[in-house]
Design a protein around this ligand. Sequence first.
Ligand code: WTA
Length: 656
Amino acid sequence: MTEAKLEAWLEETRSFAPSPEFAKQANAQPSIYAEADADPVAFWRKQADRLVWHKEPTKTLEWDIPFAKWFSDGELNASVNCVDRHVAAGKGDKVAYYWVADAEGESRTITYGDLQKLVAQAANALTELGVKKGDRVAVYMPMIPEAVVTMLAIVRLGAVHSVVFGGFSADALSSRILDSDCQFVVTADGAYRRGTASPLKPAVDEALKSCPNVKAVLVVKRTGSDVEWVKGRDHWWHEIVDKQSTEHTPEFFPSEHTMFIMYTSGTTAKPKGIFHTTAGYLTQAATTHYYVFDVKADKDICWTAADIGWITGHSYIVYGPLINGVTQIMYEGLPDSGGKDRWWKIIEQFKATILYTAPTTIRTLMKWGEEFPKSHDLSSLRLLGTVGEPINPEAWMWYRENIGGSRCPIVDTWWQTETGAIMCSPLPGITATKPGAAMKALPGISVDIVDNDGNSVGNGEGGYLVITQPWPSMTRGIYGDPERFKETYWSRFPGKYFAGDGAKRDDDGDIWLLGRIDDVMNISGHRLSTTEVEHALVGHPAVAEAAVVGASDDLTGQAIVAFVTLRLSADEQMQDQAAVIEELRVHVAKVISPIARPRQIILTPELPKTRSGKIMRRLLRDVAENRQLGDVTTLMDPTVVNMISGLMGSGDDGDQ
Ligand code: WTA
């Protein structure tokens, strides 16, 4: 949406104030901002009481920029906090998850009591396989209950999970295993997508060819497809986990004990291993889940429609909701597995009260049409959330009217893998919401929008989003690379965390996120770096050079457009351009993930470069988005851009 259209839209709709009924019963009452502002550190210390401690912390924050320690002399166990405590409090029969399979009619109900036993068995099995405190364990699994059980069992032992999204390729998996030296992998034979079994274990086998340190692979049988088996290394879950005792005595670990690593794309080809520690992460995941989603443990059925392979799944399918003791829906399939109304059927059947998803999915559901949600009773819903990318006002309004029945508040939550938990969001019951705005920093969080020189911008102005004070769930760094951590986040504006997002304050001072300002693309809410895709392209023998940009896309937010020059010999040999383009698209999907498959590849004899030889991505983005070309005077050969613009029409439009 253009700026002018957006303004016109806002002029008309302005904002939506919370209903008095919602406001009255809301977990967050207006005094929360003043309380947190008065003493943010004390505010977080109080929130840490949401955790059960083996040893209560006496310290709250130690801050040696950019390294923070929170609650450092406390001791706790993450899985006890998520599971055992609820059973001990007499809530063992409460449902933790309604797990809904890809196939209609298949589901499992798992209570907190069941979960405790499953986690104990998995922890015992992992111990038998040799997993010890501090070991890294890669998790490459579909959305099945065993994935959550695995994560909880790993942290129960004080080991560190590195969950790799099941859609990533063998190459992507092996580089992540190697980077953090994981010695164990938990996976499944395959996954179901729209009724079809797709393999997972073969990617693990392929990845492990280059990971000699992996000692054991634990495999859940999900699809029953044939898999190769490495004797001594591979173990079936049902053979080794099911026979274990359902009791496990936990150990306790210091607050700053590393809990998990999550790889995310930065501006270079190498993904960053963002790591989080225990108590601060859990405190903020639980606190934000409590206030932002306004959860009532005795009433709500929460559905975070995300994959556990991303941070959203970690914080709002696993840790935050479990600490708060709520009942959740966990869904294995795609939005249209079994039909385009599948989501609405699930909401109707389980009486979901809270739905949290990404704008790109909302746009897809919107494209399918109102008739699908209309044919189901969605009246159980009382709050909606979005995450992952800026949401366009049309999608926000569609979500509000068609899914939320114009009665549910919408929380647009801004955060990152690095922040660990939500940082900016309206608080339902307090904040009047605007379609497309994340509105405000949460209580206890300090953000600012600054100009190039690091000075705060005024209302009505845009700049860079920065975080000015440490927060409990902040990443403690990039695994094995403290220098890169400092350089990436803390050097642009000294003493401030540089998020990499553009943002503006509107005339009321409310925050709007405007998208990434670096070379990170956001494709359907998934982060990918331009360099990562370029790297994959130049890894193909036919490619001489590649430049990749994220061009705006109505459905996926951004889409990948690649400009590629071929090696002369390949160019001569491969006359069929469409075939070359298709081969390159498949190649990128194979090397990284199908998410990274370029929407469009343009073969060009040359790329526009500055006189110093730098590829002018800005111009390529203009070309990809059919914009008036900016300043081309610094180009070595200005005619190149016009030539590329001419080629755009002949590029492959792709099928994504
Ligand atoms: C973007 C996902 C606008 C942003 C939790 C950020 C958003 C990146 C929003 C982090 C939002 C996330 N509005 N943009 N509500 N939420 N983003 O690490 O560019 O996968 O930097 O974490 O997503 O993506 P990540």
